[in-house]
Ligand binder design. Sequence first.
Ligand code: ATR
Length: 264
Amino acid sequence: MKKYLVIGNPIEHSLSPILHSYWIKKNNLNAIYDKKKMESEDLENFISKIKKKEIDGANVTVPFKKEVIPYLDELTLEARNTQSVNTIYLDKDKIVGHNTDIRGFEMAIQDVNYDPKQKKVFIIGAGGVVPSIVYALYKMEVSKIYICNRTKKKAQDLKNLFQGLTVLDWGELPDFDMIINATSVGLNNSESINLDFSKINAGKFFYDVIYNPNETNFLKTGKQLGNKIENGKKMFIYQASESFKVWHGIKPEINIEIDNLLSQ
Ligand code: ATR
């Protein structure tokens, strides 16, 4: 039986096992997909298990997407350009780090028929998923990306990878077409980002990486102000489907059942 895992810290709330297990069953594969909480010092040993074929592949989530890189043999172009790995697989005897968050975001945006080309985008947050979002946005030919983060240094560090970014102070609101919440604020229903959106006009696109709850306060505000909104559920599903393709060579079906599974 093939064995797959998602690793991270925290990991209890990850829905990856539910999604991958659903597709494994649907495709009659002899495999299991589990989750495992890790500490930094466990990473090397964990990766060596993939090398020894005790584990067949892994997803990597916060806070290890960059930290796993030194233990891998190769990076795909996407992983190299973002210094972010969310999918690990063995190719012959080499452990490869890949990034499917990029395609996940891109497909999610295409799915809602939004064309970011020549649009100005404002990203709030500078955590693990942000390099992938920035990379995808440049690929989709946005005209400008502004970014702010509570800890400004982390946003500034992203300029090492993406020189074109404009880093703003927390509290500054630029003129934008699309705004993305990439912080973890909103995971609890009671939380709101302490930025003043009240002067934002309608006709913009509010995107939240969070999908549980379905509608964060950030998206509620966007909606009230007359904007298009979308949560991160599709991005999550598409990044998973791209990982599934890499490991099993099968494009898994995305259907309403999955929506229900993830809403439980
Ligand atoms: P990591 O930072 O380990 O990659 P993440 O969940 O990917 O974890 O990122 C969390 C993001 O949410 C960060 O941008 C974080 O800002 P800091 O870099 O200043 O920590 C942001 N964040 C978390 N709590 C926040 C809050 N109360 N207000 C504003 N931003 C917050």
